[in-house]
Write a protein that binds this ligand. Structure first.
Ligand code: SF4
Length: 423
């Protein structure tokens, strides 16, 4: 599905020109957003249902709000993903990563093996390891603590971003500790922040169709609030493009905003488009869509920017899900961050994502520059590490050799030429 070219062409015009073409209802909502006002869940749903001139106005206003809130810098973080086990007994319908422990290819890394990968990442300039895994039935109650200790012993300054709320739920059960005590223990052992994954769509009926036994929406929120209470920041996520729609998206973002008003603990929103290939959800459940359309991807990032302004001002495009070229397009529609360079990524690839395992820092800088934005390397908590306005990061080889040497940013040559032509 392609993007409506006329919708995108309108983005070259000034916000007031684009707004003039919008319907009265959409214009009123967007003028409120431009004045810094809060957009209700109902109004958010209206924005998610826009098309044509109304959609152009949504995208343009999202870009304007982004510039006013966070400026023209676009950030990335150098991170290695470490999936310590692919064994999982949950069998979520949308996931093709988890396997049974008897399966060939089943893997469980020791804490020392995880620490060795973290050290390798540190030596290549990584500032963060993102550690997540399946719910392995045999891991001991202190496995999560052992992982933190091993990594921190080997690379004390590495930021450890680890354990989804579902893994926290599992660790609490395994360790027989209270939720707050378990989180406080992990924090004291070096857990710097947590991924807000396992949110999927925070709607009971949708979740029941995605996976019967997974954490409920209320449990997800309870664990996130507890993490924030223990001074552990988290990301927030939404997985969209399956059996969901605009009303669920607006309600989900509204719920994240309510949590943030109380805790201030979210660092960013990361919209994650459903990757349908190889999943049982797509194969077996009638009516499941094959992931979001490109227009839905644009709307998700843009409406999130508008609804979350003043509360969650970092909106990330996941290049692993979207592909680098589409992620770059998102920079014009409300996005200010392209996430991690990622040195290994297993979960999306297992579900059929085709966009490789790593974009090097130099490639990340080139993607951002070609979009006309200022490339900045950040740390996990969005503090600036290096501004690449006038120089490049060193060129490094990808950790995992690319198939046939293909670069995921081969599209850049043309985009860079266009940017050069624009001056
Ligand atoms: S999504 Fe997570 S919990 Fe569900 S099967 Fe996959 S690894 Fe397990």
């Amino acid at each position: 599905m392609s993007i409506d070219l006329e919708v995108m062409k309108q983005l070259e015009n000034r916000p007031d020109e684009v707004l003039t073409r919008a319907s009265a209802q959409v214009r009123a909502i967007l003028e409120r957003a431009l004045a810094g006002g809060e957009i209700s869940r109902e109004a958010g749903e209206v924005l998610f249902n826009t098309e044509g001139a109304d959609l152009s106005a949504v995208l343009k206003v999202a870009d304007t709000v982004r510039r006013e809130r966070v400026g023209d810098r676009a950030t990335f973080v150098t991170v290695r993903n470490i999936n310590f086990t692919n064994v999982c007994y949950m069998a979520c319908q949308f996931c093709n990563f988890g396997v049974r422990k008897e399966a060939s290819g089943a893997e469980l890394l020791t804490p020392e093996q995880v620490a060795a990968r973290a050290e390798e990442a540190w030596n290549r300039g990584g500032t963060e390891v993102c550690i997540q895994g399946g719910l392995h039935p045999d891991i001991p109650g202190d496995y999560y603590v052992q992982l933190l200790r091993a990594v921190k012993k080997r690379v004390p300054k590495m930021h450890v971003h680890a354990f989804s709320p579902f893994e926290i739920w599992y660790g609490v059960r395994k360790s027989r500790m209270s939720l707050d005590d378990f989180l406080a223990m992990l924090r004291d052992e070096g857990l710097g922040s947590m991924p807000g994954t396992a949110a999927e769509i925070l709607d009971t009926e949708i979740r029941l169709q995605l996976t019967r036994n997974k954490l409920s929406a209320d449990e997800w929120e309870k664990i996130i609030r507890a993490a924030h209470r223990q001074n552990i920041p988290t990301t927030s996520t939404i997985m969209y493009g399956h059996i969901d729609g605009p009303s669920h998206w607006a309600a989900h973002i509204d719920r994240l905003r309510s949590i943030q008003k109380d805790t201030g603990g979210f660092t960013e929103l990361v919209p994650l488009g459903f990757i349908h290939e190889n999943t049982r959800l797509y194969r077996n459940v009638p009516g499941v869509r094959p992931g979001p359309s490109m227009t839905e991807n644009l709307k998700m990032h843009a409406v999130a920017r508008i609804m979350l302004q003043g509360y969650i001002d970092n909106i990330q495009a996941s290049w692993v899900k979207l592909g680098p070229e589409m992620a770059q397009t998102m920079l014009a529609c409300g996005v200010n961050d392209l996430g991690g360079t990622l040195m290994n990524e297993s979960i999306s690839r297992a579900a059929g994502a085709k966009h490789g395992q790593e974009i090097t820092p130099l490639e990340m800088v080139r993607i951002i520059r070609a979009a006309g934005r200022i490339p900045v390397q950040r740390n996990t908590l969005y503090q600036t590490l290096e501004d690449f306005t006038d120089h490049d990061p060193p060129e490094i080889e990808p950790l995992v050799e690319r198939a046939c040497g293909a670069s995921p940013v081969a599209f850049l040559t043309q985009a860079e030429m266009q940017q050069a032509a624009r001056g």
